[in-house]
Design a protein around this ligand. Sequence first.
Ligand SMILES: NC(=O)c1ccc[n+]([C@@H]2O[C@H](COP(=O)([O-])OP(=O)(O)OC[C@H]3O[C@@H](n4cnc5c(N)ncnc54)[C@H](OP(=O)(O)O)[C@@H]3O)[C@@H](O)[C@H]2O)c1
Length: 316
Amino acid sequence: MQNKTWTTRDIPNLSGKVAIITGANSGLGFESALEMARKGAIVILAVRNLGRGRAALDKITTELEGGSLEQMKLDLSDQESIKQFVNDFNQKYDRLDILLNNAGIMAVPQGKTAQGFELQLGVNHLGHFALTGLLMDKLLSTPGSRVVNVSSKAANGGKMNFDDLMSEEKYSPIGAYSQSKLANLLFTFELQRRLEEVGAGTIALAAHPGGSKTNLANASDFGPFFRFIMNNFMMKLVQEAEKGALPQLFAATAPDAKPAQYYGPNGFMEMRGSHPKEADIPSQALNAEDARKLWEISEKLTAVSYGFLEKKPSLI
Ligand SMILES: NC(=O)c1ccc[n+]([C@@H]2O[C@H](COP(=O)([O-])OP(=O)(O)OC[C@H]3O[C@@H](n4cnc5c(N)ncnc54)[C@H](OP(=O)(O)O)[C@@H]3O)[C@@H](O)[C@H]2O)c1
């Protein structure tokens, strides 16, 4: 199936497949959960608030008149919650076909995770890095499994500030968001490189939704000028969440989706579109040295080491 015409109708039958979607109670995660459940997947809504998770789950089961879904608590701003989530998941499931690392926060006021990481890097990148690492055995033992990381056009303006990764010396809400979304891409490409080195069947790829109407900007601290631009111009350009979710649904389910590829909307400046396309990858996301450095720092900070590398000690 060509992605030029691809829509949710082209999602293959997912019966028997197990998918975890982080942040599945809202926006793009919700749309992804709905469409994957519609095609028969067993979908785990990984949510930080079980009340909001229950409301989303009920909405999907009502719409589908059924579906195999359940929610499990996951707070990506706390490494203990991530470990607990993986324990809960492992006790119930013996396979993991799709890990959709979708949850995110954008341009929030300065804050810290439970372990003291800058909040946006902590939730958007380090939380997903730890989650993926802890689920790696399950992914590796599931034929054809995928890890999909949801990035953003904001990554194009991103810069890895390794000298002040946690923005302690200088904090900019948008700068920290852009850095975290660039980290999503660097992580994707480095993960794919490492998976390939050990000949794993699991693939890593990424997607971005352009601009989509979700709850993402509700907690943002843009400052008065950018907030005015957002409310008066950008919000008029953005598309519905169901369209924004298409690239990540393509990456997560299409047989044609390729490893280390990045998918986005096919319309004006990749900000909107009715079908997914291969997105432009910002040059700084292809910096293999930064990717390796970020990986090593992420392993140290989260204390999560990727088990599959143990098979090839020369890589560590
Ligand atoms: N919307 C856009 O235009 C746009 C553009 C580019 C990229 N993106 C990316 O798309 C992804 C999805 O965002 P969205 O637009 O769908 O926004 P959204 O409607 O706000 O959904 C974000 C989801 O992430 C969850 N989340 C936030 N912090 C979390 C934490 N600590 N632990 C676990 N879950 C957490 C939220 O939970 P609560 O509901 O409990 O807050 C919510 O379910 C994000 O990665 C975002 O960066 C979106």
